[in-house]
Ligand binder design. Structure first.
Ligand code: ADP
Length: 257
């Protein structure tokens, strides 16, 4: 795989108390910079803005209203990018920020513009860091302008830029036959070739307090990838350097292909 989209969840980027997990972020930046040096084209879809914003503003949970959440995301987004900028620069890696709303992908002219931006960043060996533009997405039109979560956003981006592979890092080793947080006897499924209603029934409940999607949105992302005849790998992002091992086949997750 030459062009790879990597999605990291809040659970990978933050500790349980909402503080940034700087070790994990540093390892992620080291790993992705290494991949670019190997000649790969890397796009990072990063959650975490709201989590980071909550920590900075010393809030213990997401505020109730969407405008308040958007304000928190606005604070968190700049902090998150500052940390990425610092860590990536240690490895000589340049980054660019792309904040997307649904209309960017839906309207052909804006879509073409943003695709051109991706192409030019990648040509220059720059890693685009993508997030939903939380401060702009309009709440009354929720489903029109919002992607809902970065799981599906990462698949939409991967499809749009014709990436070969989407790697989704989460707080779990992969997709199990039932929710492993609730059932001790859950078994990891190493390969999924199609997604049916049965598949969705195996995914139950959201994971962490700060993460949003849970397994359902990851399956929806996998659905988008499979429909586009592309692959998605779901794996544990606790140590982001696992990406090296995932790519050379020495670490396992769930391969949707
Ligand atoms: P992230 O913040 O990394 O996006 P989430 O917490 O949103 O991660 O989603 C991962 C969680 O989904 C797991 O920790 C687990 O609690 C839950 N889950 C539900 N069903 C399953 C399943 N069948 N296999 C694996 N995880 C599952």
């Amino acid at each position: 795989a030459k062009r790879i989209v990597i999605k990291v969840g809040t659970s990978t980027l933050t500790h349980d108390n909402g503080k940034l997990n700087l070790q994990a972020i540093d390892q992620l930046c080291y790993t992705l910079s290494g991949l670019v040096n190997e000649g790969k084209e890397i796009v990072l879809v990063s959650s975490g803005a709201i989590g980071v914003g909550l920590g900075l503003l010393r809030l213990h949970e997401r505020p109730a209203s969407i405008p308040e959440q958007q304000a928190v995301a606005s604070v968190g987004q700049t902090q998150l990018m500052t940390v990425y900028q610092q860590r990536f620069s240690v490895y000589g890696q340049k980054i660019g920020q792309i904040l997307l709303t649904h209309d960017v992908v839906d309207y052909p002219i804006s879509r073409q513009n943003v695709l051109n931006t991706f192409e030019n960043l990648l040509r220059l060996n720059i890693i685009p860091i993508v997030n939903e533009n939380d401060a702009v997405a309009v709440d009354e039109l929720d489903h029109h302008t919002r992607f809902g979560d970065n799981d599906q956003l990462s698949a939409i981006v991967a499809r749009a830029i014709d990436a070969d592979l989407l790697i989704m890092l989460s707080d779990i080793d992969g997709f199990y036959d039932k929710n492993p947080r609730k059932c001790d006897d859950a078994v990891l499924i190493e390969r999924v070739t199609e997604i049916s209603e049965e598949t969705f029934k195996r995914a139950g409940g959201r994971g962490t307090k700060l993460g949003t999607g849970g397994m359902i949105t990851k399956l929806k992302a996998a659905e988008i990838m499979l429909k586009a005849k592309k692959a998605m790998l779901l794996a544990n992002g606790e140590n982001p350097s696992i990406i090296f091992k995932l790519l050379d086949g020495t670490a396992l997750g769930t391969l949707f292909k």
